[in-house]
Design a protein. Sequence first.
Length: 343
Amino acid sequence: MRICLKGYFLGLLLLLAFPLGAIEASPVTVLYSDRFLMHDTGPGHPENADRLASIVRQLQQNEALNASLRWPTFSAATQEDLLRVHQAGYLDLLEAEQRPLGAHEYQLLSTGDTVISRHSLEIAKLASGAAIAGVDAVMQNQSKSAFVLVRPPGHHATRDRGMGFCIYNHVAVAARYAQKQYAVRRILIVDIDVHHGNGTQDIFDQDDSVFYFSAHQHPLYPGSGRPEEAGHGKGKGYTINIDLPPASDESILLSTLSAQLAPAMQQFKPDLVLVSAGLDAHHGDLLGGLRYSEAGYAAIAQALVNLANQYAQGRTVWVLEGGYVPGNNAFAVESILQVLIGR
């Protein structure tokens, strides 16, 4: 495994900001289906099936790690689940634009830069359903943590627009489900993707029950997420955006978790932590210019686990977003899971 000593030692320093309770090995729930590979984006597209399949292959080959993972089945999100987040007109538009597509036919959504094909909506609904199942797993005490291995990603999808390879916003769907099903009062969403999660921020912009934190490369697509974007109305002060210059490693994010997120959480006190787990901040990714390492992802995971232990009974749900080099994705997820199971 490649090691970033700066990220490692910053991760250790975060223990001062996020007090750590007793460490116990805990099974992690992994939500995955081979059906996610059916979302066909066409030849040469960076958001392809192998970016997910490579993660699953590596996890299944790691017998020691896999012994601490649960792989339950789950169902697709319902129309009711989606309507808590997305406008009805947008859902109708998606159905209308996919309906005429035959086998091996593709088109861009009229709302933005997202390819859809014959099975895309079915698979995207299943991905949102996986995020919901992750919430069920941690709220029903089946696991302290869940990792939702899905595609297409979701954090760019707004209430009424699919963009950035995203159709439905899985993290937002999971958050609203947790509020509806389990009466969760306060939810923290931490977005570690190289790109700003404009859709997630937009959905919760005026909501003081969901705190959104994002550290992302700037300048980069989609261009949103400036530090002055802090929410509006009731949600003002419930968004933190951190600009990361190109070529940054994980050290800025780790220090910001301590210096900015920790004090904010002393006031907010989340009952559940959701993570938009973009892996495209990894060094060498095709679509980003940051330089996170596997050790850096482990340090980030430890900081968020410590925070969840302090406020949310250890409950974290990680939802895969970007990440476009299959090998990088696999090593990063493996590093995060080693932390989540308490190894």
